[in-house]
Write a protein that binds this ligand. Structure first.
Ligand SMILES: Nc1ncnc2c1ncn2[C@@H]1O[C@H](COP(=O)(O)OP(=O)(O)OP(=O)(O)O)[C@@H](O)[C@H]1O
Ligand SMILES: [Mg+2]
Length: 324
């Protein structure tokens, strides 16, 4: 079966402002936010993208949704070349591929009633007004909000954080997308309401057959929602495999350190990893070869000379390390 999403060599370099010295030398510095990212996803699959702040998770998600333009690489979604989409094809893509925002106030205008915010995508997509009420009622049911009276006439500040995040989800789902990217979808919420939202997300994903990417720096969240995990470090995929295997048998030294740093319930074996030391290097000047090498306790000379390829080391489990 062909993959729903196929990403090859995806790269994003953001130009950054130049120092006087760089201007004098004619240099054009860039932030290497995403570098040579390659993976595929099947229809209905859920993948978590995990990594520290600044490793390129959000940029990857935005590239996939064509919210930022890639510098290099290809993205194929449902047979379409995403980078080349325009006109009616781009409009169709925008209906089928949705972003779930982290901060409800990025998605909802505080001065609009919830009805207006939820209906806005219908308006933009040209859905006839006669269908709106039914579509809104159906989507509110999906996110378990149909019992809240007068909800649609309220304003965002009148809702609790958990209700608001359900409204954001409803807005993302109202056009019945097939692919969603949820970027830190519950990081603004109290722990007590997180599980409720994640359950709703899991339920809608299953009933709607959605293909979903969950972006998070939180291993416990990824474990809860995604059977497959991609670990990124400084713009690159270092590991990609079944979530259980990534947690219980992480392969890459970075993934091992990341997993060891977080107590994961019911996973208690000694993973033999050393803690990561030092800071994440500057994405303007990443280390040569393996980007993790200057924080890696096992680095050898080859790690500075050659970029390690992402290789399949166990069924469905890839890692990029010369020492594996
Ligand atoms: N518009 C931009 N212009 C310049 N640099 C950018 C831009 N957007 C992101 N970056 C840089 O690209 C790198 C990756 O950023 P990104 O936001 O994708 O990381 P992230 O993994 O989502 O981090 P976080 O966990 O903090 O959300 C960072 O070094 C960031 O500073
Ligand atoms: Mg981010």
């Amino acid at each position: 079966m062909a993959s729903l999403l196929d990403v090859r060599g995806l790269t994003k370099h953001f130009p950054v402002s130049r120092t006087l010295r760089e201007v004098a030398r004619g240099e054009r510095p860039v932030v290497r936010a995403v570098e040579d990212v390659t993976f595929a996803m099947d229809q209905g699959e859920s993948v978590g993208i995990l990594g520290e702040s600044g490793c390129g998770k959000t940029t990857t998600g935005r590239l996939l949704l064509k919210l930022v333009e890639a510098s290099e690489g290809t993205i194929t979604l449902d047979g379409y070349d995403v980078r080349a989409l325009k006109g009616p094809d781009l409009k169709r893509f925008r209906r089928h591929a949705q972003l779930v925002f982290q901060n409800p106030f990025d998605a909802l205008n505080p001065r609009f009633t919830l009805r207006r915010s939820i209906a806005e995508p219908l308006l933009n997509a040209g859905v006839p007004k006669g269908e709106w009420d039914d579509r809104i009622a159906a989507v509110l049911k999906r996110v378990h909000l149909s019992g809240v009276s007068d909800l649609m006439e309220k304003f965002p500040h009148q809702l609790s954080g958990g209700q608001l995040q359900r409204v954001v989800l409803a807005r993302a789902l109202i056009l019945e997308p097939t692919f969603i990217v949820a970027d830190e979808p519950v990081s603004m919420l109290d722990v007590s309401v997180r599980a409720g939202i994640l359950n709703v997300m899991r339920e809608v994903r299953e009933t709607m057959g959605l293909t979903a990417i969950y972006i998070s720096h939180d291993l416990a969240l990824v474990r809860y929602v995604a059977p497959r995990t991609i670990v990124m470090y400084l713009g690159k995929i270092v590991e990609d495999g079944p979530t259980d295997a990534v947690i219980s048998r992480p392969l890459h030294p970075y993934a091992r350190a990341l997993v060891a740093a977080v107590p994961v319930p019911r996973v208690d074996q000694d993973r033999g990893a050393l803690p990561i030391t030092g800071m994440i290097p500057d994405a303007r000047n990443p280390p040569s070869g393996c980007r993790f090498r200057d924080r890696c306790p096992y680095a050898v000379a080859r790690c500075a000379e050659e970029v390690p390829a992402l290789r399949e080391l166990a069924p469905g489990h890839r890692a990029a390390c010369h020492l594996l």
